[in-house]
Write a new protein. Structure first.
Length: 392
């Protein structure tokens, strides 16, 4: 009988059996310990504000992951056929949609507003030029049943608290209005569907010439209503007064001002009202979070809707929500460069009660398993002596 291929040594030119797929990587000590510390710190910060954790599965039916929120893209998900049901399964690319399913089903009768938190790995089918990683740690919180100013401000402040608890500093938050073009098209500047799509595309690209050519010349001032919050919101107000039938954004602008006032000096605030990257399912309010010294955005959030199909005896589910997702991998990589300190080497025959007392006092211990074990070689900083820990 021929041996299984997996037991044969790799042939010349054959792929290395230990090679990981592109965009995936092991996280080794001390970064793995830092990832656990960051996760605990963030989840504890959310729990302190009354958020209950949920743990959805890694894999679900593709249809379930795509049906709860508008704008969820199945082409970002790794999909395969379930050998049991023969239906298409997908590995989650975003845990927010799973929390939406939980809120609409298993916790559909729970009192609102309901506060839920989560933490886990997500997988994209491919990375991009700036973020080649396909697997990311996602930690977040959702307020189900509220999307008002108070809920939006709570979400922003909690995201800031969670990042600070994990060790981030110099936090800045950029506000946006994901439904800006739709609101203007409905209330002040009617456009057909093709023009709306073109205007969105050129605003995303920040292309003034393309925006004018697409029929969005009236929206050119929006490209300049960006920057520090106070000056940018003033420019947005000027635009709102000047556009046809002015005042279409009045309630949005007032809400942004209220949220900014509630956030206060907890973070530096900026505004880019046309930013839509990463806000596929947000409704009237969105925000992006950054931290000093770390590359890229650390998270995004905002308001959205959780929906679901009608079932026997029950109408279609439709519910507002507010929340955020944090992706702290850059913070983990930045902080996880220094090996943990205070590791005590325990020689063979050591005093077990003394070792237990050290662990209770916050020390880490690493015990010898052989008389040739060397504490320094094993990464220890101290050795347990007769009088207690002694520096190596």
């Amino acid at each position: 009988m021929t041996k299984p291929t997996a037991l044969r040594p790799p042939r010349s030119g054959a792929p290395d059996p230990d090679l990981l797929p592109e965009g995936l990587a092991d996280r080794l000590p001390p970064r793995a310990a830092e990832a656990m510390r960051v996760t605990r710190a963030m989840v504890d910060a959310m729990a302190a504000h009354g958020y209950d954790p949920v743990q959805p599965p890694l894999v679900e039916f593709e249809r379930s992951l795509a049906a709860r929120m508008a704008g969820v893209r199945t082409n970002r998900m790794v999909r395969f056929t379930d050998p049991v049901s023969l239906r298409t399964l997908a590995v989650r690319a975003d845990m927010t949609v799973q929390v939406g399913r939980i809120a609409a089903t298993g916790m559909g009768e729970a009192p609102r507003p309901m506060r839920l938190s989560y933490a886990g790995q997500v997988l994209r089918i491919r990375g991009d030029g700036l973020e080649p990683e396909r697997e990311q740690l996602q930690i977040g919180a959702e307020i189900i049943g509220a999307d008002n100013v108070a809920a939006a401000a709570e979400a922003v402040l909690l995201a800031i608290d969670a990042l600070k608890a994990a060790g981030a500093s110099g936090i800045s938050v950029d506000f946006t209005l994901p439904d800006l073009v739709d609101t203007l098209a409905e209330r002040a500047h009617p456009m057909d569907a093709d023009t709306i799509d073109a205007v969105r595309r050129e605003l995303d690209a920040k292309d003034a010439g393309g925006l004018a050519s697409a029929g969005g010349e009236a929206f050119l001032p929006l490209l300049y209503a960006t920057g520090p919050f106070d000056s940018a919101i003033a420019k947005l107000e000027e635009f709102d007064r000047a556009i046809i039938d002015g005042g279409a954004l009045g309630t949005r602008i007032a809400a942004l001002r209220e949220i900014a006032a509630l956030v206060g000096d907890a973070a530096r605030l900026t505004l880019d009202p046309t930013e839509r990257h990463g806000f596929e399912y947000q409704s009237w309010f969105g925000f992006t979070v950054y931290a000093e010294g770390l590359r890229g955005a650390l998270g995004r959030g905002g308001t959205y809707r959780v929906s679901g199909e009608a079932k026997a005896g029950h109408p279609p589910h439709d519910e507002v929500a507010t929340g955020f997702s944090l992706y702290p991998d850059p913070l983990i990589d930045a902080n996880g460069l220094t090996p943990a300190s205070r590791i005590v080497f325990l020689p063979l025959g050591h005093d077990r009660e003394a070792a237990a007392a050290l662990r209770a006092d916050g020390w880490r211990t690493r015990a010898a398993l052989h008389d040739t074990d060397d504490g320094h070689a094993l990464g220890c900083t101290h050795v347990l002596g007769a009088a207690g820990p002694e520096a190596i």
